[in-house]
Design a protein. Structure first.
Length: 312
């Protein structure tokens, strides 16, 4: 192995060690008073907030938090509509901290810079200033820029699926609590206590809703924000049902029971739809993997006998 092959790895190792040293230099333990102030600013950091994902504010993330406003300016959305869409996507993924947008954009900028440096170094030492080097730089830059977007999309889809699957159980328990005489706030609190381990994402949304209600926000705004923050159609429908029941003064237990029945029917229809699709989806695996084996078993002996007869 010659020196030109080792140089990119040496540069990469030195860059990694330098970044780690800088992270450790700026990282530090926060006092309890500072942590409590952060918890007041961001309720998702509290221990009883449920299964939300708050950005870690200790250790190596402190440097990113300090540099986030500067790093995120280059990639910051220009219009309020784009900013709102980014905030909604981050909220759907479970990141509800006030500075989540800046942290995410700063992570994208850091990924772009690091991947650009690595790709440029490897491309230069392998191919020089050629088209292959430019291609390596372009590919590495794309990975660094859109890698966090892909990661966010995966986290967002996973959380939305967990909420979608866990909402029927939570709604059934909420119906039982309301029909037993509890109010909406007490019912959601009871659901959070019972389902905190099995469905933490749903419990986190209910906990945030209860916390905002205790802080004095209007129920309509809190329920609307809960549906928007979850990003699931069933949660939005539940929020709309609760808002409608609160506005017209209709019995809450009856509205929740109807919503639970509608969700149960919808899931049964989705299961029936997937069952009907199995016959079509099985065609391609059968043609590619099963039919060739059956063809060899059935036609193979006859083909061998024909070859033997032709060779005689």
């Amino acid at each position: 192995m010659d020196l030109s092959t080792l140089i990119p790895w040496i540069v990469f190792g030195a860059s990694t060690i330098a970044l780690w040293a800088v992270f450790n230099f700026f990282s530090g333990e926060k006092s309890r008073a500072t942590e409590r102030l952060d918890e007041l600013r961001d309720p998702s950091l509290r221990n009883g907030a449920g299964g939300g994902k708050g950005l870690d504010k200790n250790g190596s993330m402190s440097m990113l938090e300090k540099a986030a406003p500067t790093l995120s300016k280059a990639l910051e959305p220009k219009t309020e509509l784009e900013q709102s869409k980014l905030k909604v996507r981050l909220a759907n993924a479970g990141f509800n901290a006030p500075r989540s947008t800046q942290m995410f954009l700063a992570a994208k900028m850091i990924g772009l810079t690091v991947c650009l440096a690595i790709g440029g170094t490897i491309g230069f030492f392998n191919w020089g200033f050629t088209n292959q080097c430019l291609m390596a730089v372009a590919i590495s830059s794309g990975i660094g820029l859109y890698g966090p977007e892909i990661w966010l999309m995966m986290v967002r889809s996973g959380r939305m699926e967990r909420i979608f699957l866990g909402l029927p159980d939570a709604l059934d328990l909420l119906v039982v609590c309301v029909e037993a005489g509890l109010g909406l706030d007490a019912g959601m609190r009871r659901v959070c206590e019972e389902l905190a381990d099995s469905h933490p994402d749903v419990c986190y949304e209910f906990s945030m809703c209860n916390m905002q209600l205790q802080m004095g926000r209007q129920r309509r705004e809190v329920l609307h924000d809960m549906g928007l923050r979850a990003g699931v159609d069933d949660m939005k429908a539940l929020a709309a049902t609760l808002i409608h029941a609160d506005k017209l003064g209709s019995p809450l237990a009856h509205a929740l029971r109807q919503q639970s029945d509608m969700m149960r029917i919808k899931r049964r229809q989705m299961a029936e739809e997937k069952a009907q699709q199995t016959s079509v989806k099985m065609i391609f695996p059968m043609v590619l993997f099963i039919f060739p084996g059956v063809f060899v078993v059935l036609v193979g002996p006859a083909a061998i006998m024909m070859i033997q007869n032709l060779l005689k």
